[in-house]
Write a protein that binds this ligand. Structure first.
Ligand SMILES: [Ca+2]
Ligand SMILES: [Ca+2]
Ligand SMILES: [Ca+2]
Length: 733
């Protein structure tokens, strides 16, 4: 054997490993060399008064001698002071367990303020990065004086990855006391008996727990049989006079009222579940009054629930909370049902006014009982099927199949081969509302593959891009990846993709910041077009183009004591103008086509032919965007003059049989007359277009479900038009 490459100090360690490696089972501790020699504290060769090889004690430590025997003493110098022998001990590779034996004598011990402020040995493990490794051994605590010297022993497993034992013998903030230690031996141990003892203790614990659980389950079954509910007194009639119990006309109920904005008001009840219950139904009635939600979207009135296992530990999955975000008209009946997970022993019910700003949440007649799991399982299977159907595998970018870069030539788009391109498609809606929505990815693929769209508009917001919504916790990473995936999926299919910054009114600085970042990333990606602001409105054409102050409120300024600057801040914002957004894009060198929406929620393009056209600053050109629905009139006047000079992008268009609430009903034309004429108009003037909306809940709806069934009044017509069918405009609007 040659250990000559190792310094002398490691030699002991390596020998120790070797020794216990050769030793037979059961003889480990006696045979293995101590990891720190000088176990009896007898050696002080350097004469510094401290046993050689042992770590120090900051204050209160000494090496004492009695009848020729040396030992270590920890003595509390003042009440509440920590006295600790601190020693780091490298654990030789391959050591699975450690044993510590020592003698101790405790004298004059008075515990400190907490029950664990006593004499104790504390051990922790560290890995090579000096991070804690679990589990740490239980501390060995002594709370009272010993009868002279007593022998002690502790043995424990070394968790995988642990390379250092932190050994701390301490008087842990005691009032008074002396801890004497001698013959302290720390060495490798046989893991087998330690594991066996742990397994036995665990089996015993499990047996006790099982028996306790069985009796709780039997009791719960009894409660159910007696009350028809697992919640006895869920009608609160027996709770008169108790906290949060209100009486109205002889009926008692639970009231949770926000007394201070943002403060949590919660009731808490743990309910045991009988054995064999697979699903539960909770029914109740509630009344919500004066609710004002708090800072986060989920700060409302809700019943939170949690599962606990037999040991009383929270389980990872919880039933979805049932929540109310607005006032009810008096009392309303509610119910929710959910599966009971394997191992759940009890359900914690927590009706709460969850950090709302204001409001009163009244609850009554809470009933919890077993229910048939089949319909819940069917719902779950259905949502899993939908999730699977929604899933689109990632694709590597395949530039050979990408469409050619576009540029504006007159009022048309040409690609780099000089071929005219007419963009036709749909809006894959969803990401303007829910950053976590995965469905738009599928929508994009279906629209291109099955509906033959060659252009998809994707509405989104800069705050999601940067991960600023309450639902995002990754700084926007997943959202940006999703947009990137959609761009690749569209491009790989030879289609174009319009990224629509789904904002309104007038461009702000953050919109310019977004475009600068986005344009730098997708600079000259041939498939990507930039729709720089969804629907400008409520400003002049001058402000639309050049920017300037945009007031939030109308009326006289009453704040006479504010500076002009403060007044401005209070009442509006400084717009960078559409030109500011164009400049932001072009400052990156990106030449991608820019789409700029007109005024009046994008319905009016007259300004761009009356002196307010944008300066493209050397890009591949600007398209102007028009949005029109079945209540808009004067198609020709609003768009045709612009369409003679510039390519037009009809980014939103559609009609629904369900009337919009914000437009008088009689102004909303029947889709069956309006849609064919609009498609005829689009085709006659070769207007680029994306229908609104390829989403069954964003009206006007082109599809009625997530199987992408076209709606008969809009989707069916659009699908035909995308497939090349000709429509004749019978009448201009
Ligand atoms: Ca000794
Ligand atoms: Ca010494
Ligand atoms: Ca009641």
């Amino acid at each position: 054997m040659c250990f000559h490459r190792f310094p002398a100090r490691s030699l002991t360690t390596l020998c120790a490993v070797l020794l216990f490696g050769l030793a037979g089972r059961g003889a480990w501790a006696e045979d293995a060399a101590p990891l720190i020699p000088n176990t009896g504290f007898e050696i002080d060769a350097d004469g510094n008064g401290w046993p050689d090889g042992w770590g120090g004690v900051k204050e209160g430590g000494s090496r004492e001698v009695e009848e020729g025997n040396h030992f270590l003493r920890l003595e509390s110098p003042e009440a509440g002071k920590m006295v600790m022998l601190y020693q780091e001990i490298p654990i030789p590779a391959g050591v699975e367990a450690l044993e510590i034996t020592w003698k101790q004598r405790v004298t004059g011990l008075k515990k400190g303020k907490n029950s664990w402020f006593d004499a104790r040995l504390i051990m922790e493990f560290l890995d090579t990065e000096r991070q804690k490794v679990s589990p740490a051994p239980k501390p060995v605590a002594t709370g009272r004086d010993t009868q002279g010297w007593e022998e002690k022993r502790a043995a424990f497993m070394v968790p995988p990855g642990a390379t250092t034992l932190k050994f701390m013998a301490s008087l842990f903030q005691v009032e008074t006391g002396i801890l004497d230690i001698d013959d302290l031996i720390i060495r490798p141990a046989d893991p087998v008996p330690i594991q066996k003892a742990a397994a036995e203790a665990e089996a015993k614990r499990a047996e006790e727990m099982a028996s306790k659980l069985a009796s709780r389950q039997a009791k719960a079954a009894q409660v159910l049989a007696t009350n028809g509910s697992l919640i006895p007194g869920g009608d609160f009639e027996a709770a008169a006079g108790k906290k949060n119990i209100i009486e109205e006309e002889g009926n008692h109920f639970l009231r949770l009222e926000t007394k201070e904005p943002g403060k949590m008001e919660m009731d808490y009840r743990t309910v045991d579940i009988p054995a064999g219950v697979q699903a539960l139904e909770l029914t109740w009635k509630h009344r919500v009054t004066g609710l004002v939600k708090g800072e986060k979207p989920w700060f409302d009135a809700r019943i939170l629930m949690e599962w606990k296992d037999a040991a009383g530990k929270n389980m990872p999955h919880k039933p979805s909370p049932s929540y109310a975000q607005r006032d009810t008209e008096g009392w309303v009946e509610k119910s929710t049902s959910f599966l009971v997970p394997e191992g759940a022993a009890s359900l914690v019910l927590m009706p709460s006014m969850f950090q709302a700003k204001a409001g009163v949440y009244d609850l009554d007649n809470l009933v919890l009982k077993p229910t048939d799991p089949a319909p819940i399982l069917a719902r779950k299977a259905d949502s899993e099927r939908q999730a699977a159907a929604r899933h689109v595998p990632d694709e590597a970018p395949n530039p050979a199949r990408w469409p050619k870069m576009l540029k504006v030539v007159g009022n048309r788009l040409h690609d780099t081969d000089g071929k005219e391109v007419w963009l036709q498609g749909v809006n894959a809606g969803g990401l303007e509302t829910l950053p976590q929505d995965e469905q738009p990815v599928k929508s994009l693929v279906v629209a291109i593959d099955d509906w033959k769209a060659n252009c998809i508009r994707v509405p989104m917001k800069e705050e999601f891009w940067w991960g600023k919504s309450a639902y995002q916790k990754d700084g926007g990473e997943a959202f940006r990846q999703k947009i990137d995936k959609m761009i690749t999926l569209a491009a790989n299919r030879g289609a174009y993709i319009v990224i629509d910054l789904h904002r309104y009114r007038a461009p702000k600085q953050e919109h310019a910041d977004f475009w600068k970042e986005f344009a730098a990333k997708y600079k000259d990606h041939p498939a990507v077009l930039f729709d720089i602001l969804n629907e400008p409105h409520g400003i002049s054409w001058k402000v639309w183009r050049d920017g300037g102050f945009v007031g939030d409120k109308e009326g006289a300024d009453e704040s006479a004591f504010l500076t002009a600057e403060e007044k401005k801040k209070n009442q509006g914002f400084e717009s960078v103008g559409m030109q500011g957004l164009v400049d932001a894009v072009r400052s990156t060198g990106a030449k991608n086509i820019i789409i700029a929406g007109g005024l009046f929620w994008c319905n009016d393009l007259t300004g761009v032919v009356n002196g307010y056209a944008l300066d493209d600053k050397g890009g591949n050109g600007i398209m102007y965007s028009w949005h029109t629905y079945n209540w808009h009139k004067n198609w020709a006047e609003k768009v045709l003059p612009a369409a003679e000079k510039f390519p037009i992008f009809l980014g939103e268009v559609g009609a629904d049989v369900n009337k919009m609430s914000f437009i008088p009903e009689h102004e909303q034309e029947d889709p069956h007359t309006w849609v064919p004429d609009m498609l005829g108009f689009i085709q006659k003037y070769k207007i680029n277009w994306t229908g609104w909306c390829f989403h069954p809940r964003a009206t006007p709806v082109m599809i009625s479900d997530w199987d992408y069934t076209p709606t008969p009044f809009w989707g069916e017509y659009a699908k035909k038009a995308l497939a090349g069918e000709k429509f004749e405009m019978k009448k201009m609007r």
